[in-house]
Design a protein around this ligand. Structure first.
Ligand SMILES: [Zn+2]
Length: 88
């Protein structure tokens, strides 16, 4: 169990060990659900890890990418991944 302080903007930091175990990375979208007095965070598997699109998803390791992003990656002939994201 880990306790985290909520900052002025309502943000909390997810402990690094939890981020590693659940493969949560910078820019990931997490689903937030409220159940009674509990708040549940879960990896959102229903959107593209690159653009957030929810259509035509394909598994890419532990994440999903959409068909459009897959085609862009292929068209780039495996160009630098970070460069690809910055052009979105
Ligand atoms: Zn996409």
């Amino acid at each position: 169990m880990a306790y985290r302080k909520v900052d002025k903007k309502g943000k909390i930091t997810i402990p690094v060990e939890i981020r590693k175990s659940y493969d949560i990375r910078y820019g990931d979208r997490l689903k937030v659900e409220f159940k009674g007095k509990n708040i549940r965070l879960s990896n959102s598997v229903d959107c593209c890890a690159l653009c957030g699109c929810k259509a035509m998803l394909l598994r890419f390791g532990k994440k999903y990418i959409c068909e459009i992003c897959r085609r862009k990656i292929i068209a780039s002939k495996h160009a630098d991944y970070l460069e690809f994201i910055n052009t979105e």
